[in-house]
Write a protein that binds this ligand. Structure first.
Ligand code: NAP
Length: 257
C-alpha cells in the first residue's frame, strides 16, 4: 500500500494488502475504499495473493450467503478449471461439502480431483446431469454454482436436488435460456443471479469482511490456495488475454509489472 487517505484507521503505507476493486485493475496505482482492502494472508506470496480477492469474495458470497451451502451437501461447480472454479472447489471442500465439477478434457478433470473435487465431469464427453444424479443416488446437487448461464439453464435445474439452489454468476453459454418450470416446481428449486461488481458499497464491505473472517484462515492454513496458471508481464497483456481465450489456462492468469 502506497498511501492512505485521511480517516483511514486500519491500514498504513507499506502494508502488504490486496483489494476488491471497483475496476481499474490494469492501472499502476488505484484508489480503493478501506473496507475493500484485505491483508495478504500469512504464507502467501504477494503476487499470487492478487489471485485471491475477486475469486474469494465471489465464491464465499455465492456458495454460502446466496447458495446456503452446508457441510454434507453436494455442490456442482461449473468451470472447475477456471479462476473462480479452482477456488470454489477448495472452499466447498473445506466447508465439508461433496464437490462435483465440470471441466473440458481428461487433464483438466484430473487436476480438479487433485484440488479436492469428489467428481470431475468432462463436459466434452459426459452429460453432467446424468453424472451428478449417478453420484448422488439420483438426488441431484443441493447447490449449483453456474457460470454457463442461458445455454445450461434447463440442465442445471434438472441437476438440482429437492430444495436445490441454482446460483448463476456467469453467462458463458449466453444470456437467454429455456426453463421447464415443472422441473423447478417439482424440486422446490430456487434460481438466483448475482453480480459482485454492481453491489452497493455496504454489501461489498460486508462480503469482504466475511471473506476475511471465513476464507482467509483457510488460505493461511493451506487448505485453500490461489491457483495461478501464469504470470505475464504487463507489456505482454495481449498474450495474457490470448491465453485465457485459448482455454488452456488452469486457474488465474496474473499480469505483473
Ligand atoms: N457474478 C459475479 O459476481 C462474478 C464474479 C466473478 C466472475 N464471474 C464470472 O464467472 C465466470 C468465470 O470466471 P473465471 O474467472 O473463473 O473465468 P475463467 O478462468 O476463464 O474460467 C472459466 C472456465 O469455464 C469453462 N468454460 C468456458 N466456456 C465454457 C463453455 N461454453 N462451456 C463449458 N465450460 C466453459 C472453461 O473451462 P474448461 O474448458 O475446462 O471447461 C474455463 O476454465 C465468468 O463468466 C465471469 O464473468 C462472475
Amino acid at each position: 500500500m502506497k498511501r492512505v487517505g485521511l480517516g483511514v484507521s486500519r491500514w498504513r503505507a507499506g502494508d502488504r494488502v490486496v483489494a476488491l476493486l471497483e475496476g481499474g485493475g490494469y492501472a499502476e496505482e488505484v484508489a480503493v475504499r478501506e473496507t475493500q482492502v484485505l491483508p495478504v494472508p500469512d504464507g502467501v506470496d504477494l503476487v499470487d495473493a492478487a489471485a485471491l480477492p475477486e475469486a474469494a469474495c465471489t465464491v464465499w458470497s455465492n456458495l454460502v450467503d446466496v447458495g446456503r451451502l452446508r457441510s454434507g451437501e453436494w455442490v456442482l461447480i461449473h468451470g472447475g478449471s477456471g479462476g473462480i472454479g479452482t477456488f470454489a472447489i477448495q472452499v466447498a471442500r473445506a466447508l465439508g461439502a461433496h464437490v462435483a465439477t465440470t471441466a473440458g478434457g481428461p487433464e483438466r478433470t484430473a487436476r480438479c480431483i487433485e484440488l479436492g473435487a469428489d467428481l470431475a465431469i468432462d463436459h466434452r464427453e459426459q452429460d453432467f446431469v446424468d453424472e451428478v444424479r449417478k453420484a448422488t443416488d439420483g438426488r441431484g446437487a443441493d447447490v449449483v454454482l453456474d457460470l454457463l448461464g442461458g445455454g445450461a439453464l434447463g440442465d442445471n435445474v434438472r441437476a438440482l436436488a429437492r430444495g436445490g439452489r441454482l446460483v448463476v454468476i456467469g453467462m458463458q453459454q449466453g444470456r437467454r435460456g429455456e426453463l421447464d418450470l415443472s422441473a423447478l416446481l417439482a424440486r422446490r428449486g430456487t434460481v438466483t443471479g448475482t453480480l459482485l461488481r454492481s453491489r452497493p458499497v455496504d454489501e461489498k464491505a460486508r462480503i469482504v469482511a466475511d471473506t476475511e473472517k471465513h476464507v482467509w484462515p483457510l488460505v493461511a492454513d493451506g487448505r485453500v490456495r490461489p491457483v495461478v496458471h501464469a504470470r505475464v508481464p504487463f507489456s505482454e497483456a495481449q498474450s495474457a488475454h490470448d491465453l485465457l481465450e485459448s482455454g488452456e489456462a488452469f486457474g488465474k492468469v496474473l499480469l505483473v509489472p
